[in-house]
Design a protein around this ligand. Structure first.
Ligand SMILES: C[S@@+](CC[C@H](N)C(=O)[O-])C[C@H]1O[C@@H](n2cnc3c(N)ncnc32)[C@H](O)[C@@H]1O
Length: 311
């Protein structure tokens, strides 16, 4: 681990997250991405009697969170599941949530631990599964995905202008030798770009493969309405995203839920629910302050949006 334990738990925009959640002593909170426990710790410290359902699909992260949150153990229940599954938990459905948080993507710990195969550093064996019990890892994905799927992943998730050529290059290379290491993926990218890829080039492509391997957009798409419906009246949902497609999904969902009428424009009278489900608390996404991005470069791409269910 190339970072201190304190860094592992440094939560992105922690103060801002707390200011939206406003944890109350009798509240039940859902941390769908507990990671190293940084945000959960802040929530638990901010209220004496509140409880947290702490979810992560990565068992290693959950173990980290267990030790970071040991002082609060009576007030935390750990759940090893995808957050869109965990929201169907009976306690969540029966009691309702006063607040929910998704801090999407991977932690810097997962990126830094070479054995997890997320990084584009030299000599890393690819893996990229957040949940190590999942069947398909990055090696299998790069070996088995149709060239058309690779193209869409590089184009849509990687915003790569040469996506078609990169997909073709991967397909060509894998027919003679399996793509198992970071170096092989970087080599394919170098050929397509006709220059050594920058760190940003590599980061975009590796992030795209990671999002595809873990089905991250599907999980978010499923979780957003489920979390909205699990909130008690006045409950707040906060999402920190690190990819433009995730942020757009959150923005559109919050905008839709905040409309008082969702009838098609051609209908002369409103036939829909006729009232907003709640209000968007962030007109524009919040970004991390400069002081934080200097301390923690990962915070640079964070976009925070918050929504409150009508009281
Ligand atoms: C950015 S880190 C969270 C860091 C955490 N907020 C903290 O302060 O320590 C994201 C975590 O969410 C987990 N994760 C990502 N997508 C998930 C999903 N769909 N379901 C459950 N956990 C997920 C990852 O395994 C990772 O541990």
């Amino acid at each position: 681990m190339s970072e201190s334990r304190a860094d592992y738990h440094a939560p992105v925009m922690g103060k801002e997250v707390l200011s939206f959640l406003e944890p109350s002593d009798s509240g039940l909170y859902f941390d769908g991405t507990v990671g190293g426990g940084g945000h959960s710790r802040m929530i638990l410290k901010a209220c004496e009697g509140c409880r947290i359902i702490a979810v992560d699909r990565d068992e290693q992260a959950l173990n980290e969170a267990r030790s970071a949150l040991a002082p609060f153990s009576g007030r935390v229940r750990f759940v090893h599941r995808r957050f869109d599954d965990a929201v169907r938990d009976p306690e969540v459905q029966d009691r309702g949530l006063n607040g929910a948080l998704l801090d999407l993507g991977v932690s810097s710990h997962q990126l830094d631990d070479e054995s997890r195969g997320f990084a584009f550093r030299r000599g890393v064996t690819l893996d990229m599964r957040m949940d190590q019990t999942q069947d398909v890892d990055a090696i299998r994905f790069l070996a088995e995905a149709d060239e058309e799927v690779l193209y869409e992943v590089f184009r849509d998730l990687g915003e790569e202008r040469n996506a078609k050529r990169l997909a073709r290059e991967v397909a060509k290379r894998r027919s003679s030798e399996a793509m198992t290491t970071s170096d092989q993926l970087v080599a394919a990218l170098s050929v397509v770009l006709q220059r050594p890829p920058t760190s940003q080039d590599k980061a975009r492509i590796f992030q795209a493969v990671r999002i595809a391997v873990n089905g991250e957009l599907d999980a978010l798409q499923n979780a957003l309405p489920a979390l909205r419906d699990a909130l008690v009246d006045g409950g707040v949902l906060v999402v920190l995203s690190y990819h433009s497609l995730e942020d757009r999904m959150v923005k559109n969902a919050f905008r839709d839920w905040s409309k008082s009428c969702v009838c098609p424009p051609e209908l002369p009278v409103c036939r829909c629910r006729g009232h907003a489900l709640g209000e968007t608390l962030t007109r524009k996404p919040l970004k991390a302050p400069d002081a934080e991005t200097i301390r923690n470069p990962r915070a640079r791409s964070a976009r925070l949006r918050a929504w409150r269910r009508a009281a």
